[in-house]
Design a protein around this ligand. Structure first.
Ligand code: FAD
Length: 460
């Protein structure tokens, strides 16, 4: 049975991967000339890669890690020490670590990591934070989901947790999770992350891919799909979903005018373009109306090549800077980008709403100013910036504001031959690579459940 999938990001490719496993024939249609969507990357004239986003993988990503195993590429994840490391803006050039002891099971390892750090939170703040978290620990996911009515800041206040906890830890955390501040992000999103990261031992352990996603992750996915009868086409922009007289899909019209027909259809596009393509007769249905609540959040990814090596750490770091979120010196943290003499910093610039339409030069100047706090030994005078790349994504992952959880669409739609995948669809992870991969697997499960007997196994 043929399945046309609109969108060649991780969700679309994961759908295709799990469909070929079930004997279906997927055809992935990707609008751009590159696959990967938000993990897409490009090589410049010097052969250096620049990416849509600096991507961290976590031990909690059960489905992503299973995919790596299934593709035989687990060794491509470079696992870092089990620690969360924050820059200290008040002591430029220094860091504060939350180290998770190896010998303790989760959540004890997390509790010890939090209690063991005395540089960021006082004992009183840690105790108040711990007490505030008790309902989430006792009542579990049901409570976590009910908290979607509050922003993280509102939830902290409700629980009597001091504002300084936000300043010290959660501005950095919510920028890393969704590129927005704690006043905007839903409490459910942060509590879900804490829940996932504290529940099992090592689940917050971080890895970076050992090179550029197109070569190190997407190529093996493409090979796997194509070797098993699937097909992938780029520069196929789906412009219209065509309906038959029953209101079901009869084809996808490309912007070239070509119409692609199939037995089944999947949208693995981000929510913003999908909203525009919902056919008129479907717009009355609650399932499709709910999509209107979602909107992608702007973010900017920056790469800076310097003429010398910076004093840095082989890890993903929380910058705790006003304009920046997480960053890494990829010349030490990523094998494929290794350089013994020069540093390449990859940084996520967020929140980006006031910056997304500004010229690259202004963004770079503001970034360098922020970097003076992180690298006082090198900047502003000692190190020379050799070149940079700025990648802007005006609508990236959906903005996780309060009240959205209930509107997330299931992978099965009310239209029998139309399914959804994508990080915004219903799955217990956040808008993330794990969420995208899992959504594709769930989508393949729904298709397989409806049209065959055998289904893949997902880790919720
Ligand atoms: C800066 C940044 C940093 C990030 N950091 C992390 C991280 O550290 N860890 C993590 O887990 N996640 C991270 N993410 C999130 C992660 O990248 C996404 O959640 C995930 O890749 C989304 O996959 P997707 O397939 O759902 O969507 P997408 O990747 O957006 O894929 C959708 C695809 O559909 C295509 N498309 C759109 N319209 C059409 C059309 N009309 N016809 C055909 N194709 C179409 C698009 O071109 C795209 O290729 C980050 C994202 C960004 C932007």
């Amino acid at each position: 049975m043929r399945v046309a999938i609109a969108g060649g990001g991780l969700a679309g490719l994961s759908t295709a991967k799990y469909l070929v496993d079930q004997g279906f024939q997927p055809l992935v249609l990707e609008r751009r000339d590159v696959l990967g969507g938000k993990v897409a990357a490009w090589q410049d004239e010097d052969g250096d890669w620049y990416e849509t986003g600096l991507h961290a993988f976590f031990k909690a990503y059960a489905n992503m890690l299973q995919l790596f195993r299934e593709l035989g590429i687990e060794d491509r994840l470079q696992w870092k020490d089990h620690a969360l490391i924050f820059a200290m803006p008040n002591a430029p050039g220094t860091f504060s670590r939350y180290d998770f002891p190896k010998i303790l099971p989760g959540p004890l390892d997390g509790i010890v990591a939090i209690l063991g750090n005395n540089e960021m939170l006082t004992w009183e703040e840690k105790i108040k934070f711990g007490l505030g978290l008790i309902p989430a620990i006792i009542k579990g996911q049901e409570y976590v989901e009910a908290m979607d009515q509050y922003s993280w800041t509102e939830w902290l206040r409700k629980q009597g947790i001091p504002e300084r906890v936000n300043q010290e830890v959660f501005i950095a955390m919510s920028k890393a999770l969704n590129f927005i501040d704690p006043d905007e992000i839903s409490a459910t999103v942060v509590l879900t992350a804490l829940n996932r990261f504290l529940r099992e031992q090592k689940s917050s352990k971080i890895a970076l891919l050992d090179g550029a996603p197109p070569e190190r992750l997407l190529e093996p996915m493409i090979d796997y799909i194509e070797k098993r009868g699937g097909e992938i086409r780029t520069q196929k922009n789906v412009e219209e979903i065509l309906l038959n007289e029953k209101g079901q899909v009869r084809g996808l019209r490309m912007s070239s005018g070509e119409v692609i027909t199939s037995d089944l259809y999947v949208s693995a596009m981000p929510v913003d373009p999908l909203k525009l393509l919902v056919p008129e007769p479907w717009r009355e249905m609650t399932y499709f109306q709910n999509l209107q609540h979602f909107e992608g959040v702007p973010v900017i990814n920056i790469h800076l090549w310097f003429d010398q090596k910076f004093n840095t750490v082989d890890h993903l770091l929380f910058s705790r800077s006003d304009l920046l979120s997480v960053y890494a010196d990829m010349s030490v943290a990523c094998k494929g980008y290794e350089d013994p003499n020069k540093s390449m910093l990859e940084l996520v610039f967020a929140p980006a709403k006031d910056w997304i339409s500004r010229p690259d030069e202004e963004i770079i100047a503001a970034t360098l100013k922020e970097l003076e706090i992180l690298f006082p030994d090198q900047l502003p005078h000692k190190a020379k910036l050799l070149k940079y790349h700025v990648v802007k994504t005006p609508r990236s992952v959906y903005k996780s504001v309060p009240g959205l959880e209930k509107y997330k669409p299931s992978q099965k739609s009310p239209i029998p031959n139309f399914f959804l995948a994508g990080d915004f669809t219903k799955q217990p992870y956040l808008a993330s690579m794990e969420g995208a991969v899992l959504s594709g697997k769930l989508c393949a499960m729904e298709i397989s459940r409806a049209f065959t007997a055998k289904t893949p196994v997902a880790h919720a």
